[in-house]
Design a protein around this ligand. Structure first.
Ligand code: LLP
Length: 438
């Protein structure tokens, strides 16, 4: 088993209450307030070593963490200490990394509409690689590289045309996609770069076929296409591309229904496919980049809420409402994502009740969990929702002008704030009242 196959952080224990990272979660809720994101450092480090061990056999592997899953300064520090680089998609993510004192040498800048300012910022600060997504970007990169008199290493983002059975909104590798070049455009962009832009050096190809993937075979098909393309490019243009980036995508276990493969199973399919297609298409073993996001951080994170009001609809649903909801976790509303939860202060109670966990935001769709069996919830109880490390804080909003929660890192019975709770002052800090309204 690898960590992505657990619902709860690896350190989760039931003592009197639920403890994570040796910290009593009810104490954490009282000390830091709720809603509270909690990240378990041991779980994060465990999955990092799962990945490193699983890919050891292919020594040309480089690991990037897809920052979009959860980008904070402290998390960036941990990933760097584990030897991971970063896949980034905005100046904000790049700035977070730089501002944590990390060089951009092992950072890839990716995205389908990077602005000129963002590209300028990345290039000025010596970004390691840019994943070129479209023709406009080729021009922009060349212009900015000229301005700084630099040569830029790039990957070309392609859409390999692979369908993964994942939620429709998170498929990105299929042909009708806004991301990257489709295979028929590849010759044109390569010709453009090699004839007109000698400050751009194409190092390899990049693809990402989807997220929350449970079928390792998708990666086999993706690698087949990437290696085949590298071989065609060598023949047609006589240029040797020595890098492939296969994106992220490995799934996690949100509920008992989810059965994601282990990191080892995925690594085996990836490495075996690489070896097979390297031989078949007669190319030299390329550097393999992988850039997981969700599977690295999701299981490490939980969110603590305080239960407030309750409502029993006669003969129908019993709602329990928490002090957070769609603004700190938009995933149930956006993707019908499902989660598991416990009442942190009632871990040993046997008597259960089926309830629906509603959020506090003004929208009837703000439901976090439908029909979950919990030990008789009461106002003031602390609800812990598991597996919220990925794409919760990073997609959080200030809907209803509610302050974003704090985040704490727990490890060995110690807890440290890594994101301060927003204040009401933060909420109005960007507001401006024009003179004529004063
Ligand atoms: N690389 C690229 C180019 C990506 O677009 C993504 C995710 C990743 C890596 C990381 O994929 P992961 O290992 O996390 O599956 N907000 C959605 C997920 C969107 C994923 C977008 N791209 C959610 O909450 O499920």
């Amino acid at each position: 088993m690898t960590t992505n196959q657990y619902i709860k952080p690896v350190t989760a224990k039931t003592e009197k209450n639920l403890t994570i990272g040796g910290c009593d979660t009810v104490d954490l809720a009282h000390k830091y307030g709720t809603p509270l994101y909690v990240i378990d450092e041991a779980t994060l480090r465990a999955i990092c070593s799962d990945y490193k061990k699983a890919f050891e056999r292919y020594s040309y592997t480089k690991m990037l963490y897809a920052s979009k899953a959860l980008c904070t300064s402290a998390i960036s520090k941990i990933l760097t200490s584990e030897g991971f680089g970063f896949d980034t998609v905005s100046a904000g993510e790049i700035y977070t990394i730089l501002n944590s004192g990390i060089s951009l040498k092992n950072v890839l800048f990716n995205g389908n509409n990077k602005s000129e300012q963002e590209l300028d910022f990345a290039i000025k600060n010596d970004i390691g690689r840019i994943s070129v997504d479209n023709f406009l970007e080729v021009k922009l990169i060349s212009k900015i590289a000229g301005k700084y008199n630099k040569n830029i290493d790039v990957l070309l983002r392609i859409t390999p045309g692979i369908e993964c059975h994942t939620h429709e909104y998170i498929k990105t590798g299929q042909l009708d996609s806004k991301f990257g070049f489709d295979l028929t455009q590849l010759d044109k962009v390569i010709t453009d770069i090699i004839t007109n832009h000698n400050n751009i050096k194409i190092r390899g190809l990049h693809a990402h076929i989807g997220s929350q993937i449970f079928e390792p075979e998708c990666f086999r098909d993706e690698i087949d296409i990437l290696i085949q393309e590298i071989s065609c490019i060598k023949e047609k243009f006589n240029i040797k591309l020595d890098e492939i980036n296969i994106g992220g995508g490995l799934g996690v276990k949100y509920t008992e229904k989810d059965l994601p493969p282990s990191v080892n199973e995925i690594a085996d399919v990836i490495i075996n496919s690489l070896e097979k297609y390297i031989t078949k298409y007669n190319v030299e073993p390329p550097t393999l980049y992988i850039e997981p996001g969700r599977s690295l951080i999701s299981t490490a994170g939980v969110t603590l809420y305080t239960i407030g009001s309750m409502k029993q609809v006669p003969n129908m649903t019993k709602y329990i409402t928490v002090d957070g909801g769609m603004a700190d976790n938009p995933r149930p509303g956006m993707y019908r994502a499902e989660y598991c939860a416990d009442i942190a202060n009632k871990m040993n109670l046997k008597e259960k009740e089926t309830v629906t966990v509603a959020g506090r935001f003004c929208e009837s769709g703000d439901i976090l969990i439908k029909d979950i069996s919990l030990p008789k919830p009461e106002t003031g109880d602390i609800l812990c929702i598991y597996n919220t490390g990925a794409y919760n804080y990073s997609m959080a909003s200030n809907y209803n002008r509610v302050e974003k929660p704090a985040m704490v890192l727990v490890n060995n019975a110690q807890s440290d704030i890594i994101i301060n709770r927003e204040t009401l002052n933060d909420i109005v800090s960007h507001d401006v009242i024009p003179d004529r309204l004063k």
